[in-house]
Design a protein around this ligand. Structure first.
Ligand code: TYD
Ligand code: MG
Length: 466
């Protein structure tokens, strides 16, 4: 069969196709197929030539562990699993303008105190980067700067440099390999550029930080196509209308995933937020209906956020269900459970749900908090201001236990909350650490509805107080 070298590549997932189609068969995205030369649809087989035999070694052998590079930006180091591993490649993805360049400039600014750092910008001129560094108060740091986009030049330069510890490439979509025909930003270019850079990072033992823009348009390849090539994938997310930015670990070969780092974007760059709960609850007013505080866990840390619900009569035939910061499918499930198990109907009513502060909650433990917010909004009765809620809900309306309940309760207590609506609890297995927290154990969401509609203070039990 003749080798096919012109074909169409999905700019979202990287799958190659022989002919154009409106939708990618592999990832389901529309309008992402772009013609690219030099990518083979059917890869060549191995042929008959023999390879070398591989020598196996014992798992028990000793391998020296090189110390990690610690930036002293605690939020960043934690998400990386305790600092950068020499020779590893890290992808930092995020929407344009969210603050990736700012974050990485601050990180290399901090790291430059202990190791040699290079910052390569393909998007901004040297003057622009300098100006930004000055604004961030990092103007005097020893970071080597370059505005470059040719990967061949970069490799030649890095090949000569044996002392460099950290290299930042901002962004991988602007880099190009001159032996490929396709334009910078296409899947072929992004993949090959990253491959070459990762190879030299492993060989030379420096940490490589790649910036990758997330895009909805089909013209630039997204970080998706790189996720499997790098050791660590971090996403920098947040609402541009809010100052909070969250650095989230998606994949990490050298640490736990699901860890988050919380930052606040200020005039002077990104500030670390050590106590995110206090920040997320800062603008809370305790006496409004439809608002409740969810005691959640993000990575290894408890985070308290406010969940807000609004229920309003709908003028539409199909009422609106609008969700910000939570899964809309999950909201539909919760509404269905409330309707069929408790007889609370939301038909003919618009339902809006919002996680205050721009955080995205993905834990099922938020179910009960959402139910509490919905009921409070429906009845126009504020939740007790000193209460937190957590618990997962099943389809029959039962409330299921969730992990790390003691951590959630301790955080709530630290922030001045004194009562909690929680799932039932096996005391013998889990002696509760929170002596003095008034706790309502909910077995079925019907119990929560009863509790909220009667005077709760009568039915509280004090847990832990012997
Ligand atoms: P940037 O790091 O350029 O985003 P990205 O590299 O992800 O595209 O950040 C751009 C935004 O950050 C811009 O809208 C301005 C804002 N910003 C601040 O608010 N304060 C600052 O100190 C800096 C440097 C940027
Ligand atoms: Mg940038």
């Amino acid at each position: 069969m003749a080798k096919q070298t012109t074909n169409f590549t999905c700019q979202n997932c990287g799958t190659a196709f022989g002919k154009w189609a409106g939708q990618c068969d592999s990832c389901g995205e529309w309008n992402t197929l772009v013609e690219e030369k030099g990518v083979e649809v059917v890869p060549k087989g191995l042929g008959k030539a023999r390879g070398n035999t591989i020598e196996f070694v014992n798992l028990q052998g000793t391998s020296e562990e090189t110390p990690r590079l610690v930036s002293k930006m605690k939020e960043f180091d934690r998400v990386c699993g305790g600092g950068l591993v020499p020779g590893s490649a890290i992808l930092v993805g995020g929407d344009p303008g969210i603050g990736k360049s700012t974050l990485l400039l601050q990180v290399v600014g901090m790291l430059s105190e202990s190791s040699e750092c290079i910052y390569v910008s393909g998007e901004e001129s040297v003057d622009q980067v300098r100006m930004r560094a000055r604004r961030l108060g990092l103007g005097d740091r020893k970071v080597s700067l370059a505005a470059a986009t040719n990967v061949r030049d970069l490799i030649t330069t890095l090949e000569k440099n044996t002392t460099v510890g950290v290299v930042v490439i901002d962004s991988i979509q602007t880099m190009f390999v001159d032996s490929l025909d396709s334009a910078p930003g296409t899947v072929a270019q992004v993949r090959t550029s990253a491959q070459e850079l990762i190879r030299i990072a492993k060989r030379r033992g420096f940490s490589l930080l790649l910036v990758g823009h997330v895009t909805k348009e089909g013209t630039i390849a997204g970080p998706r196509v790189l996720e499997h090539m790098v050791d660590t994938v971090l996403y920098f997310e947040g609402d541009r209308g809010h100052q909070f930015r969250i650095l989230r670990g998606i994949k990490n070969r050298f640490g736990a995933t699901d860890e988050i780092g919380v930052f606040e974007m200020t005039e002077a760059g990104l500030m670390e937020v050590e106590n995110p709960s206090a920040l997320f609850l800062a603008q809370r007013r305790g006496d409004v209906s439809g608002a409740t505080v969810f005691a959640g866990i993000e990575g290894s840390r408890p985070v308290l956020v406010e969940i807000q619900a609004l229920v309003a009569p709908s003028a539409l035939g199909t009422p609106r269900r609008a969700v910000v910061g939570w899964d809309s499918g999950r909201l539909s499930m919760v509404l269905a459970v409330l309707e069929s198990r408790c007889g609370i109907s939301f038909s003919g009513k618009d339902v809006y749900l919002n996680v205050a502060g721009g955080l995205r909650v993905s834990e099922p433990a938020a179910d009960l908090a959402v139910v509490a917010a919905l009921i409070s909004a429906q009845n126009d009765e504020p939740m007790p201001a000193d209460s937190v809620v957590f618990g997962e809900i099943g389809l029959s309306g039962e409330v299921r236990p969730v992990g790390q309940a003691d951590l959630r309760l301790k955080e709530a207590q630290k922030l001045g909350f004194s009562r909690a609506y929680t799932p039932g609890w096996d005391r013998k297995k889990n002696p509760r650490a929170d002596v003095g927290m008034r706790s309502n154990e909910i077995e079925h969401i019907g119990d929560l509805i009863d509790l909220l509609s009667t005077n709760e203070s009568n039915s509280n039990k004090r847990v832990g107080a012997a």
